[in-house]
Write a protein that binds this ligand. Structure first.
Ligand SMILES: Nc1ncnc2c1ncn2[C@@H]1O[C@H](COP(=O)(O)OP(=O)(O)O)[C@@H](O)[C@H]1O
Ligand SMILES: [Mg+2]
Length: 237
């Protein structure tokens, strides 16, 4: 049985996972086989790999959106299993950008950006300031009152990034955030993601198909057939 490292070893580690596994369809589809990962505080890590290799599943495990079949997730040295409310943890600490934006179509751009702030006790004036700041950073000031349903695909993805950043999360997860946008919007989105400098500096885990995007990370972890960290081109046959 694997035991967790003692707490000194996890100092400075924002999030770690040991032996994570996840299968679907009664075990017929093994999405994640046995993933070990440790993200240092403030580190930017990219995960690359072909479609279907388990990248999104791994992200859903690490963000506690889905429970693993096996393995442990340790957040700031504490077992994720022991968290009373994964939702509250996520809201306070995590920003997620999915490949497809999941905005609320009947809310305006400013309204969508403010959604994660509503569950906080932040005064309304400070909430408005946060929203204004993100509208400016993402070049969306002229769209503040536009319904999300009326935005272009690229604009929607920028709003999705803004919504992930508005609570100034310590951990940011982005799942192919530029996969469905034009190159200029993708560039703006990545620049804003990587220039995010609120304190403490966020830890970023980014899934991408694009080697140029991956090169912007401190570390690249390839993923293949549910196995994380297999070097590109190697094969066990
Ligand atoms: N909710 C689900 N139910 C059944 N199979 C799933 C589910 N989510 C993912 N899978 C399967 O798990 C494997 C990994 O999928 P995914 O994590 O989405 O890969 P990637 O993000 O690398 O494209 C694929 O075979 C996919 O079809
Ligand atoms: Mg995916």
């Amino acid at each position: 049985m694997s035991t967790l490292p003692p707490s000194p070893a996890t100092q400075g580690v924002a999030l770690a996972a040991y032996g994570l596994a996840k299968a679907y369809d009664g075990g017929l589809v093994v999405a994640v086989r046995h993933a070990d990962i440790a993200l240092a505080s403030g580190e930017w890590v990219a995960i690359t790999g072909p479609t279907g290799c388990g990248k999104s599943t791994l992200l859903s495990l690490l963000t506690l959106l889905e429970p693993p079949d096996a393995g442990e997730i340790v957040i700031d040295g504490l077992q994720a299993r022991a968290l009373r409310s994964p939702e509250a943890w996520r809201l306070a600490n995590v920003g997620i950008v999915f490949q497809f934006h999941f905005l609320l179509p009947h809310l305006t751009v400013a309204g969508n950006l403010a959604v994660p702030l509503m569950a906080t006790r932040m005064p309304a004036s400070q909430q408005q300031e946060r929203v204004r700041e993100l509208l400016a950073r993402l070049h969306l000031e002229h769209r503040a009152s536009t319904l999300a349903a009326h935005l272009s695909g690229g604009e929607r993805q920028l709003v999705a990034l803004g919504r992930a950043l508005v609570n100034r999360p310590r951990l940011i997860f982005a799942d192919e955030p530029t996969g469905a946008v034009d190159s200029a919007t993708g560039e703006l989105l990545l620049n804003e993601l990587f220039s995010t400098s609120h304190s403490p500096r966020p830890t970023i885990l980014l899934v991408t198909h694009d080697p140029a995007v991956a090169r912007r990370a401190h570390r690249v972890l390839p993923m293949c057939d549910g196995i994380l960290g297999t070097p590109a081109g190697s094969s066990t046959g």
